[in-house]
Design a protein around this ligand. Sequence first.
Ligand code: GCU
Length: 333
Amino acid sequence: SLGLSSMLLLAACGEDSASSSSSVGGEAEAVSLRLAHNQGEDHPIHTSLVELTDLAAEKSDDSVEIELFPNGQLGDERGVIELVKSGTLDMAKVSASALESFDSNYSIFSLPYVFQSEEHYFNVMDNSEAVQEIFQNTRDEGFFTMGWYTGGQRSIYTADTKVETPADMNGMKIRVQESPTSIAMIEAMGGAPTPMSFGEVYTSLQQGVIDGAENNETGLTSNKHGEVAKAYSYTEHQYVPDVLIVSTSMWDGLSEEQQQAITDAAVESSESHKAVWAEAIDQAIIDAEEMGVTFYEIDKQQFIDAATPLHETYQSENEDSKRYFEDFQSYNE
Ligand code: GCU
């Protein structure tokens, strides 16, 4: 399929490009949008993106078709963000951490222990104006974020030795996302951060290029890291949301009804994803244990103490960051 971006490109060459599909009153031109993500079809995010697709079709009377491209087949997260930004790809689901290199305001989502509980996290993501401001901020740069999905909590996992204190991570190469804040976090927590794209993690663990990684429990099962990493220590250092990004030029070419249908579908599927996620995590733990992974509950305090200075660093980063940080904390009541 050509996808909307290509249609817009073609339309731009024609004479009546300005009117292409933004109809007021008239019948909206049906669009087919391509959405990329890097997880497999057995991953809970894929389930919820299928839900998004169904809801968008239903709510738009079939005038919005979303086609999913899972498994990183259109590229790693940095790559698909570039494609969406340039308008070559319509949509992508990426980790908020991956957006940090495109707009530093996103670093707040990777700040360790910025959310004090799952309730706090959901409350911020669903209600905070700061979140909406950050999401809309890059509109003029070609893309923006229009929705979020929980990606649970991230913890450290290593080949065989559990990590109970920051000292245990001394000299350990821990893979992190390509996010400056995540790099700084592992450094502060005592390890040696090794940024790389998600698709490279399995082989790097297997070949001993890295000693460990950090992610939610589905990394062990859906991504098979549990075959090579057997000790999962609950540092619970981050809740990093998965976010839905869209190309601004694609979005502006939709009718208002189509935009509303996708917006509502994103909100609804984000809400149902919370239960989909919780169930998937319960199952991932059972499956990982069958693979020989052990889960360790640890005292997180030393990790919290080591990482918390990053909150100060973040707040002095730019003119908005202090306000964002305070807004996030105001939802912890
Ligand atoms: C999570 C997240 C992905 C991301 C991955 C990573 O699984 O949902 O979008 O790519 O973490 O650690 O890179």
